[in-house]
Design a protein around this ligand. Structure first.
Ligand SMILES: NC(=O)c1ccc[n+]([C@@H]2O[C@H](COP(=O)([O-])OP(=O)(O)OC[C@H]3O[C@@H](n4cnc5c(N)ncnc54)[C@H](O)[C@@H]3O)[C@@H](O)[C@H]2O)c1
Length: 250
C-alpha cells in the first residue's frame, strides 16, 4: 500500500528544490498535496507534473499571517482533509559577516525562516487538533552548528528547533507530531546561489570534500526522510531532529 494513501499534505516552498522533490514523492505515495509558494510560475509547472486529482496550489507569502490562515484553511476545503504539513519555505539571505550586513538582512531571514514557522504552527495546530497530524519543519545542518557568513540563516535554523520542540510538547496530547529535518548541502537553487557567492569571493576548496560521503545530497534523498516523518511509520517520533547530512555531524 502507498505510504501516504488517504493523506492530505501542505508543502510550503513547494516551487523550490526540496519542496518539489517532496511533492513528487508524497503524491507517488498516494497523498493529495497543497503546494504553497510565492512563485506562481514554479507552482504551476510542478502542479502540471503531478496527477490532477492529487494536487492544488496556493500562491502565498509565508510571512503573511492572513495568507497563512488562508492556505491552511484551503487544504481541507479543496482536498478533503489535513494530515501533514511540511514547513519548508526558506531563504539563505544575504551572505556576509555579522559586522558587514545591515540588521534588515537579519530581520528578513528571521521573517521568512522563523516567523513563517510560528504562523504555520499557529494555524495548523488547531486545524489538526481533532484528528492528529504530522508537521515537519525544514531546519538545516546550519541549525546544529554555526555558519560563518550565514549567521542570520544559522540563527533562524536554530530558532525553528525551539519552535519544533515546544510545539511537539503542546501537540502531543492531540497526536500532533512535530519534527525537524536537518539536511546538509543539497543540490538546489539555494545551494547553487551560496556556492556561487563563495566561489566569487575566492573560495578554492571543494566544499563537498568536507562531507564524509564526499558529495552533496540530492533533493530526493532529503524527501525520503520527509516522507518517513510525514507518514505513520514515524508514529512514535516527535520533538526530534533528523539530520540528512552524509555524515557531516560525525
Ligand atoms: N539546499 C540546501 O543545501 C539546504 C540545506 C539545509 C536546509 N535547507 C532548507 O531547505 C528549505 C528548502 O530550500 P531549497 O534548498 O529547496 O531552496 P529553494 O530556493 O530551491 O526553495 C525555497 C523555496 O521557498 C520559497 N520561498 C522563499 N521565501 C518565501 C516566502 N516568503 N513565501 C513563500 N515561499 C517562499 C521560494 O520561492 C522557493 O521556491 C529551506 O528552508 C532551506 O533553508 C536547504
Amino acid at each position: 500500500m502507498p505510504r501516504l494513501e488517504g493523506k492530505v499534505a501542505i508543502i510550503t516552498g513547494a516551487a523550490g528544490g526540496m519542496g518539489s522533490a517532496a511533492a513528487q514523492l508524497f503524491t507517488k505515495e498516494g497523498a493529495k498535496v497543497l503546494l504553497v509558494d510565492r512563485e506562481e510560475e514554479g507552482l504551476v509547472k510542478l502542479a502540471n507534473l503531478l496527477p490532477a486529482d492529487q494536487v492544488s496550489y496556493f500562491v502565498a507569502d509565508v510571512t503573511d499571517e492572513e495568507a497563512t490562515k488562508a492556505f491552511v484553511a484551503a487544504a481541507p476545503k479543496r482536498l478533503g482533509g489535513l494530515d501533514i504539513a511540511l514547513l519548508n519555505a526558506g531563504i539563505e539571505g544575504q551572505i556576509g559577516r555579522i559586522d558587514e550586513l545591515p540588521v534588515s538582512a537579519f530581520d528578513r531571514v528571521m521573517a521568512v525562516n522563523v516567523r513563517s514557522v510560528w504562523l504555520g504552527l499557529a494555524s495548523l495546530m488547531p486545524a489538526m487538533r481533532a484528528t492528529g497530524g504530522s508537521i515537519v519543519i525544514t531546519s538545516s545542518g546550519a541549525g546544529l552548528r554555526g555558519s560563518a557568513g550565514l549567521a542570520a540563516y544559522s540563527a533562524s535554523k536554530h530558532a525553528v528547533l525551539g519552535l519544533m520542540r515546544s510545539a511537539a510538547l503542546e501537540g502531543a496530547k492531540d497526536r500532533i507530531r512535530v519534527n525537524s529535518i536537518n539536511p546538509a548541502q543539497t543540490r538546489t537553487r539555494m545551494m547553487a546561489a551560496i556556492d556561487a557567492h563563495l566561489d566569487a569571493a575566492g573560495r578554492t576548496a571543494d566544499p563537498a570534500a568536507k562531507i564524509p560521503l564526499g558529495r552533496y545530497a540530492e533533493p530526493s534523498e532529503v524527501a525520503s526522510m520527509m516522507l518517513f516523518l510525514a507518514s505513520d511509520e514515524s508514529s512514535f517520533c516527535t520533538g526530534s531532529v533528523y539530520p540528512v547530512d552524509g555524515g557531516s555531524m560525525s
